[in-house]
Structures are given as structure tokens and as C-alpha cells.
Design a protein around this ligand. Structure first.
Ligand SMILES: [Zn+2]
Length: 360
């Protein structure tokens, strides 16, 4: 860290807000709609910072079983001895690997359609509509939408509330990729500790996953809890055969365009400019959002540090350098592709096929 890094951070922080107001007011409706993806997720990871929710998360899982699994994986890695030191996973990495496995196979359940409580089956369940959940202030589960279904066999109406509070998901333990990633990220943050950085990853074509920063591997590592996938960024384009236009990463204090990391095959790149008008719109909006997020981090998370220079140094180390190192390119290791079954594993075969994720 040099004094110029700190000066650079101070400049990012001081960008005048007035410069952006003209830009924001000139956006087209289509651009606003696209950028809503960025603005609605900008603060996402702040919800994993509450120490109380960490306690609840740790109480809901079998930590002893997870650490046993980590020990076994450590031994297996030693016995194989087939990796270079650079690729070797350390204890923390193996905790993540084991947590992913536990979450997918012993904790959370996938829901295509809810079960009829009367017939104990989802076979005759048909969707009939969607309503909005109650106002957030009156709803501890933070339900966004409520999907409404009907059982055509017995006539029973069944609802499926889409819960957004990760603590509530520790209780319900079910959902689709949104619920899976949300609940997993809370468990991940709680297990690794508050100092480890995690990110929420959103694809414009309706899939979400996450990452954590491995201090051992010195880079952000891809994680997909729905698929029990660790460090396999080519999963979507090369295994599922999924086509995508944009992918964004949301960390504590910034947002970053990760399209190049995850759209790994040129023929799977959907037209980026069909959904937003111009590269400069995205660049400028990310600059604006990052300015806002940096200010938030500075005033809220670093307010315990009195000395201005130390605050700027912390901001530079914890946010700016992590973001910019990555944009300058970092090595990626890819999981052994032979170990990964072809096509998306979460969701029914029919559903996966209609989404173009079956690996065909
Ligand atoms: Zn029924």
C-alpha cells in the first residue's frame, strides 16, 4: 500500500454527487430498467453483517460434522499430493468446500412447486397467479412475492411465499436459487467470521450464486450452493450451456462487472446492447454506485477510526484494492470438469430444459 493508493481512494470518495444528477436524469426507461438490477442489489451483502444472525446460523447447523468432513478432506488432499502449492486448499477453503456439500445434501431443499398439504405431492399443482407480500415493516420474513397455486386433484389452494430474510430461511430450509444463495451466504459469513469478504453474484438471465475471498488462493472463488460447485466459473456456459448477457458482483462497498469471468464461451454471450443502450451508461452508473457505496462504507463501517488518514488507508485496503486487483486480471483455477455431471442439477429436468441449462 503506497500513499498514492490512499490519494486515489480519497479521490474516488470525493467525486462530486452533482456530476451524476444530470446523467441520472438523462437515462432512458430501458436503461433505468436494466440499471435497476444494479441498484436493487447494491446493499445486498450488508444483511450478513449482523452478529446476532451469525449466532442463529451457527446454532442451526451441525458444526462438528462439518469439521469432521474438513479433517477428512485435508487428509485426502495430503494423500493425493497432486496439486502444486499454489492450488492447495487451506483449512478455510476446505471449510467452504465442506459447507457447500453439507448445505446441498443435508440442509436445504429445492422447490419447483410447493406440495399440496392434503395430497402430500406436487404432481397436480398448477400456478394460478402471484401477489405481493405484506409491507416489509410488518413482516419479519421479508416476503417479496407470494406465488399462488391450486391442486387440481383436491382443489386446495397452496401458496409459496418467496422469503428474503436469510434468518427465516434457516427455519424453512427451502426455495429456489434466490433462497438457496441467501441462506448459504449467511451460513458462510457466520462460519468463516465477519472479517472474511463474500460477494453476491447476479446474472441478468435469472440466476444467482456467490463468491468468497480466499486469502490462501489470493482471489475471489466462485461458489454455487444449488450445485455444490466450488471454484468452477465455467459451469454456466460450458457445462449447462447457458447463454448470458451480463453478470455483476456485489461486495461490501462496491459493485463490479463480472461478465468476462463467467461468460466463458463467445457463442454463449447474448447481445449486451439489447438490454442497455451504451457501454458508457453502464460504466458511469457503476462509477456513481461505487461512489455511494464507498461513502457508506467510510461513514458506517469505519466510523470507529478517528484519524482521517487511517480511515482512508483502511478503505483503500478493504475495498478499493480488492476491486481493482481483480480488474487487472487474476489467475483462475477450474474444478476438474470430469467430476462435474453435465447440465444443471438443481430443479426438475423439464424446468432446466426450458431455461436452456440442461447442457445440450
Ligand atoms: Zn391436493
Amino acid at each position: 500500500m503506497t500513499s498514492s493508493d490512499v490519494e486515489h481512494t480519497a479521490l474516488l470518495l470525493s467525486e462530486p454527487a452533482s456530476e451524476y444528477s444530470l446523467f441520472l436524469s438523462s437515462l432512458s426507461d430501458q436503461d433505468k430498467q436494466f440499471l435497476g438490477l444494479v441498484s436493487s442489489n447494491a446493499d445486498f451483502v450488508y444483511k450478513y453483517q449482523n452478529p446476532l444472525s451469525h449466532d442463529l446460523a451457527l446454532e442451526s447447523i451441525d458444526l462438528e460434522k462439518i469439521y469432521e468432513g474438513v479433517e477428512r478432506r485435508e487428509q485426502e488432499q495430503e494423500e493425493r499430493g497432486d496439486q502444486s502449492d499454489k492450488e492447495k486448499l487451506d483449512f478455510q477453503d476446505l471449510v467452504v468446500v465442506e459447507l457447500l456439500h453439507f448445505f446441498r445434501h443435508s440442509f436445504f431443499k429445492w422447490v419447483n412447486k410447493p406440495e399440496c398439504p392434503h395430497c402430500k405431492s406436487d404432481e397436480n399443482i398448477q400456478g394460478v397467479g402471484v401477489t405481493r407480500g405484506p409491507p416489509a415493516s410488518q413482516d419479519p420474513d421479508e416476503v417479496g412475492r407470494i406465488e399462488i397455486y391450486k391442486c387440481t386433484k383436491c382443489g386446495q389452494q397452496v401458496t409459496f411465499p418467496r422469503i428474503n430474510n436469510p434468518v427465516s430461511l434457516l427455519r424453512t430450509k427451502e426455495g429456489r436459487c434466490g433462497e438457496w444463495v441467501n441462506c448459504f451466504m449467511l451460513l458462510l459469513q457466520a462460519t468463516l467470521g465477519a472479517d472474511v469478504q463474500i460477494r453476491y453474484i447476479v446474472n441478468y438471465e435469472d440466476h444467482v450464486w456467490c463468491e468468497y475471498y480466499s486469502t490462501n488462493l489470493k482471489r475471489w472463488v466462485h461458489l454455487d450452493p444449488c450445485e455444490d460447485a466450488f471454484d468452477n466459473p465455467t459451469l454456466y456456459c460450458e457445462n449447462w450451456g447457458k447463454s448470458m448477457s451480463w453478470v455483476f458482483g456485489f461486495g461490501l462497498g462496491y459493485v463490479v462487472d463480472l461478465s468476462d469471468k463467467y461468460i466463458t464461451k463467445p457463442d454463449k454471450q447474448l447481445d449486451k446492447w439489447a438490454v442497455v443502450s451504451h457501454p458508457s451508461v453502464v460504466r458511469k452508473y457503476l462509477e456513481y454506485t461505487n461512489n455511494q457505496l464507498l461513502k457508506k462504507y467510510y461513514t458506517e463501517r469505519l466510523n470507529g477510526i478517528r484519524d482521517e488518514a487511517s480511515r482512508l488507508l483502511a478503505l483503500s485496503e478493504e475495498v478499493v484494492s480488492l476491486k481493482e486487483n481483480e480488474l487487472n486480471g487474476s489467475p483462475t483455477r477450474t474444478a476438474n470438469k470430469n467430476d462435474v455431471p453435465k447440465g444443471r442439477q438443481s430443479g426438475s429436468a423439464e424446468w432446466t430444459k426450458t431455461r436452456g441449462e440442461a447442457g445440450e
